[in-house]
Design a protein around this ligand. Structure first.
Ligand code: ITT
Length: 196
């Protein structure tokens, strides 16, 4: 089933492509996709917002296909779950990543290891060509490291330390991250529901 992905994030795109390779969802990208203004309430709401926006844009262009959207974020225990759904805006929407990670390090500087727990969350919304909507979620718990480490992945990966392997997601190759990550778990849930 030809499925257009509603994302402007190249990191997500690469991972989702890999996760769905060989599945019934044949991913494609609609270059003209205009992302909607996201809300600050929930991942589910935002994922559906993005999927519905792309679906409407495709239909307007005469393309009747499935669409898939991903809304994700990182939640820090020490910040009562912030930045959460607002993760893309943390420390300023256009702030370069090194500075954004630095701002996060600074905000929880001095918090001892047992208070540095964090959760990555990913919600995926799929809209079928007949309009049916399917929503799945995946998450993974880890800790915020004291310094960014590694050059793999994207976004918050260099500061997301995963205790079972004693590495940050920035220090592991994409295939390994996909096995462990919130997005990998959401993608497997999606394929499970599709019976794939
Ligand atoms: P789209 O809405 O176009 O898909 P986005 O980057 O705006 O892309 P979100 O609104 O879902 O995505 O915001 C999620 C934020 O969390 C964003 O800053 C991501 O870089 C970050 N993030 C999401 N998944 C991540 C992951 O697996 N590793 C590191 N950071 C991640």
């Amino acid at each position: 089933m030809k499925t257009y992905l509603a994302t402007k994030n190249a990191g997500k795109l690469g991972e989702i492509r890999e996760m769905l390779a060989g599945s019934p969802l044949e991913l494609d990208v609609y270059a003209a996709y205009r992302d909607p203004v996201e809300g600050d309430t929930s991942y589910v709401e935002n994922a559906l917002l993005k999927a519905r926006a792309l679906r409407a844009q495709l239909l307007a262009a005469g393309i009747d296909a499935a669409v898939l959207a991903d809304d994700s974020g990182i939640e820090l225990d020490a910040l009562d779950g912030r930045p959460g759904v607002l993760s893309a805006y943390y420390a300023g929407e256009t702030t370069p990543w090194p500075q954004r990670l630095e701002a996060m390090m600074n905000e929880i500087r001095g918090v001892p290891r047992d208070g540095r727990g964090a959760r990555f969350v990913c919600v995926m919304a799929l809209i079928f060509p007949d309009g049916r909507e399917l929503v799945v979620e995946g998450d993974v718990r880890g800790e915020i490291s004291t310094e960014p480490r590694g050059t793999h992945g994207f976004g918050y990966d260099p500061v997301f330390f995963y205790p079972p392997i004693s590495k940050t997601f920035g220090e592991i190759p994409e295939a390994q991250k996909n096995q462990l990550s919130h997005r990998g778990r959401a993608a497997r849930a999606l394929l499970g529901v599709l019976g794939a």
